[in-house]
Ligand binder design. Structure first.
Ligand SMILES: [Zn+2]
Ligand SMILES: [Zn+2]
Length: 256
């Protein structure tokens, strides 16, 4: 049973359902005592590129105020935190960070859905055979971790690579080594199991075990009822047992 979950979305990202209040009540009934909202951070790009899987910048104040209001309202029952799942796009990161700070966002989890700056790089879930893509993904996420601004690394194995798996493992080891040295746990993502995606990828957790990098379980909730689903969690616990991983139940939030 999870006591904390820092990976929760809201309908503002255009692909989740349920109100914040419903997420909180479902989490409470599942025994969760720390609930972090981490909807997909807004990003402002040049030109007319717009990404549809994240909240629009103008929705950020309402997101922040809603969560902060509920944080107070439920303070005697559950610890609520205001966060965001955010990519590290070097060219635009500073601007997004100041927008998040202005809205009192408390913490970030790293979710690198694209490499480069999104509009000029591929979706990391696209099946790639190019070592160049794994290398870019690894370097970009290691730079992100070194910024000291990310609390943990969500679905670190989102990158789908069908080339030589020795190459993949080599870069995943580098990522886990860097995560360990930055004090950042890597997530075992329950959405991946729920939706039978290509992640969680055992190779990443093999690397985490070798590098002694702690893991954390993240629901990646896109609907309130997923907190009731304890069966999916068993897959994560099995991965933890298989590789003898160190599981963190809670994590200290890094101020942004
Ligand atoms: Zn994500
Ligand atoms: Zn997510």
């Amino acid at each position: 049973m999870l006591t904390a979950n820092y990976h929760t979305h809201t309908p503002r990202c255009n692909h989740a359902t349920g109100t914040e209040d419903e997420y909180i009540r479902s989490a409470l009934s599942a025994g969760i005592r720390i609930l972090g909202f981490s909807d997909h951070s807004p990003y402002i790009f040049d030109g007319d590129y717009y990404s549809h899987f994240r909240m629009r910048p103008e929705l950020l104040p309402d997101y922040a105020q809603t969560v902060l209001h509920l944080k107070k309202q439920y303070s005697d029952q559950i610890q609520i935190h205001l966060g965001a799942e955010c990519e590290y796009y070097p060219k635009y990161f500073r601007e997004v960070l100041s927008m998040l700070r202005d809205n009192q966002v408390e913490y970030l989890i790293l979710g690198q859905h694209f490499i480069h700056n999104e509009f000029d790089g591929p979706y990391t879930g696209v099946n790639s055979h190019r070592e160049e893509d794994v290398k870019t993904y690894a370097h970009q996420t290691m730079d992100a971790m070194n910024s000291g601004l990310f609390t943990y690394f969500a679905h670190p194995d989102l990158l789908q690579f069908h080339g030589d798996q020795k190459i993949y493992l080599r870069y995943m080891r580098q990522i886990c080594r860097e995560a360990k040295s930055c004090g950042i746990p890597v997530e075992i993502n329950l959405l991946g199991y729920r939706e039978k995606k290509w992640y969680p990828n055992p190779l990443l957790y093999e690397a985490a075990a070798e590098e002694d990098c702690p893991v954390i379980i993240g629901c990646d909730a896109h609907a309130p009822e997923v907190f009731q689903d304890t069966e999916t969690e068993d897959h994560a616990r099995e991965m933890i047992r298989r590789y003898g991983l160190t599981l963190l139940d809670t994590v200290e939030l890094r101020k942004i």
